[in-house]
Design a protein around this ligand. Structure first.
Ligand SMILES: [Zn+2]
Length: 424
């Protein structure tokens, strides 16, 4: 069944194969110059061109279809010129598949307020545009032209503009890149959210213009798809305006104006209203273009994303918590370091097919975590990444076979029931 397809002349296309009625959910395939991604799909994060502690071959074996790296980190080190000379991100890090890069907007702006991306449990009643996380120096300042920021590595000053972000991401050479946006927090005032939204819209045009220019100048390089980013925090009218604006946005070239190839749904999101907010945007965004939910990856949130029309996800959570000994199972999350695992001669999850679960016991993992052995991070990351990648693959299979909601009910019933909590 072929419902929608974008022209594939440039090596990038998206085809929806299954779209259940009365739902925004869909299963499809994104084609890129470096390969295909069967969607919905979870895209593991290799921030600095490496998924920490795990070989690229292992990521491939555990089912990762693509990896996402970060333009801000790669800009600071090793620098975009090095990646360009190396033949692009995928070749540089020996990854045999598609890649994404985040625009750097979120990272430079989070330097401004010192916040990590988290799904707030509830929208704060406190609103201020000057809020900075406790004891953090403000490292970034935003104006209408761009963002000036201080490197977290050596304190040197840098400036990102929409044009610079495009130049950096073109040199890095990922298949899917994101427009430079202003990412606000739930703490900002409504007035500020409006201002940031308009700034992001204007930056979107500048990104399209620079992207179009670079695509022509670098026509010998594989095509890179540009996704526009939808912001608007928790406000229905702003989210809808942003989706409408970004869907209609075109470059200023009068002869051949281009639009975005897909969309990134970003910004501050309230966990309780995540599904509602995604619906506001996805009912407006053109169905035939792929949608990526930026930085969200807890199991329960992945279900909310898939059933509300998300095609791809990325999140550092699976690997970050693995390095602290926290692992996902069908029954919920637990810590391998806990004393209860000292003599647990069984796998982390008896239903998991990952390398770690088929070769090692919780007792061994407990031992290497307690001993601070490097292999602990490797084995726990393999399990968690496999768990999340497989979970979204299972959602895809359930969408195709028509029993998505049965699959979800069964998973969430067990996941919450035995763990007592399913939140991160
Ligand atoms: Zn496993």
């Amino acid at each position: 069944m072929r419902i929608n397809a974008l022209p594939s002349g440039n090596g990038f296309s998206f085809e929806i194969s299954h779209a259940p009625e009365k739902s925004l959910a869909r299963a499809g395939t994104i084609s890129t110059p470096h390969g295909e991604i069967a969607t919905p799909a979870f895209i593991p994060v290799g921030t600095k061109a490496t998924v920490k502690a795990v070989l690229p071959e292992t990521m491939k074996e555990l089912g990762a279809q693509a990896l996402l790296s970060n333009a801000y980190h790669l800009y600071l080190q090793p620098g975009p010129d090095v990646l360009d000379e190396a033949g692009g991100l995928a070749r540089f890090m020996n990854w045999p598949g598609p890649t994404f890069t985040d625009s750097g907007g979120f990272q430079v702006l989070s330097l401004g307020v010192g916040f990590k991306k988290v799904l707030a449990m509830d929208a704060q009643t406190f609103r201020s545009d000057e809020v900075v996380a406790g004891n953090k120096e403000r490292l970034a300042h935003v104006d209408d032209e761009g963002v000036t920021f201080k490197s977290h590595i050596d304190g040197s000053m840098h400036r990102f503009t929409p044009e610079v972000s495009m130049q950096v991401q073109h040199k890095i050479g990922a298949d899917i890149i994101f427009a430079f946006d202003e990412c606000t927090t739930l703490h900002n005032t409504r007035r500020y959210q409006e201002k940031a939204l308009e700034r992001t819209r204007l930056w979107g045009i500048r990104c399209l213009d620079e992207h179009q220019k670079l695509t022509v100048e670098r026509s010998q390089k594989p095509y890179q798809a540009l996704y526009g980013v939808i912001q608007g925090a928790q406000y229905e009218d702003l989210r809808k305006k942003a989706a409408t604006d970004m869907a209609a946005l075109r470059s200023s070239d009068p002869d051949s104006p281009i639009g975005f190839d897909g969309f990134g749904l970003g910004g501050a999101l309230d966990k309780k209203t995540l599904g509602t907010i995604l619906t506001w945007m996805n009912e407006i965004l053109p169905a035939e273009k792929p949608r990526h939910l930026l930085g969200i990856g807890a199991p329960e949130d992945l279900f909310v994303g898939v059933e509300n029309g998300i095609d791809t996800f990325d999140c550092v959570l699976a690997s970050r918590i693995a390095r602290t000994s926290a692992v996902y199972t069908m029954e919920g999350r637990f810590n391998l370091s806990n004393a209860a695992n000292r003599r647990a001669f069984e796998p982390i999850d008896s239903q998991c097919d990952c390398y770690t679960c088929t070769h090692y016991t919780k007792a061994y993992l407990h031992h290497v975590f307690r001993g601070k052995e490097i292999i602990a991070a490797t084995l726990a990351t393999i399990h968690n990444e496999r768990f999340i990648v497989r979970l979204v693959d299972q959602m895809r299979a359930a969408l195709i076979s028509g029993d998505y909601f049965e699959f979800k009910a069964e998973f969430m019933g067990r996941y919450k029931h035995l763990s007592g909590q399913a939140r991160d």
